[in-house]
Design a protein around this ligand. Sequence first.
Ligand code: NAD
Length: 312
Amino acid sequence: MMTQLMQGKRGLIMGVANDHSIAWGIAKTLSQHGATLAFTYQGEAIGKRVKPLARSIGANLTFACDVEDLDSVDRLFAALAETWGSLDFLVHAIAFSDRGELKGRYADTSRANFVRTMVISCFSFTEVAKRSAALMSGGGSLLTLTYGGSTRVMPNYNVMGVAKAALEASVRYLAADFGPNRIRVNAISAGAIRTLAGAGIADARLMLTFEQRHAPLRRGVTIEDVGGAALYLLSDLSTGVTGDIHYVDCGYHIISMPHLSALKAAEDVNSAGPEPGGGVVHVLGGLERGKVRHRDDMIAAIHVMNVAGHPG
Ligand code: NAD
């Protein structure tokens, strides 16, 4: 359903890398509801993908901006001030960490990568929020993206979880700073989605499938799901909401263990006795003996065993 909820509102989208990016899902939705958009891209190689995407939804303003280079951030906001003069909303969907440290133990994070991860994935939001707020004399809405690895341990998410925790705290402090100026600051905590950034986390595919199978809605989120929530947070539908971390993860964050049918299937297989060849062969053995009856139970059991470790 199209509305004119964003009609007359101008916003900056930071963090599109390609048409799988969460920022692109948000941009498409906002554009469908009447927003006028400008985009940034990190470097010319990504610019080659972002510019045609922007044009496809009628956006002609694109700026190079690497948040590690503060001069490029300042140039971006100077250009925005000159072309638009004011801004109604900002989407910050930027994160980076050395993929060599998105596996193994958090304890082994290096100082250099800790600092770089924090600057790009956390502090850049504070820097662009401050510059955006200076262009929001009539009020506005700032939005960033986070992940549930900020509050609970996700394997391999490591330093990014620590950066996201700091990012979420920044959302609350910025909301307090800018609230008197009618500028709202919120984050969407998205479930796992297959994107370039997501692929940097070791074994991301396994964890993505686990989330999909065990979330209350029994599916993964799409960039369009995130777009819908962003529309709410960036439009006047949410004028009373600030400092919030809004989960768009098909409910995964409320779950503390896999659903019972998966647990029972795993237990049935375990009680069928050890089987050589690891978890999959083990479960297939259970299937043959009639212990595991349904394909879905079998897959769920494999996931439980993948996470809990193989028995026997
Ligand atoms: P993506 O790879 O499509 O987007 C990440 C973006 O960050 C890219 O456009 C990249 O160019 C940009 N970026 C990285 N370093 C930068 C720098 N120095 N300067 C400017 N831009 C830089 O991946 P995505 O999954 O759409 O990520 C967007 C946001 O969503 C990130 O904050 C990510 O942590 C968050 N998120 C992702 C997931 C997921 O499962 N994919 C889940 C929850 C939250």
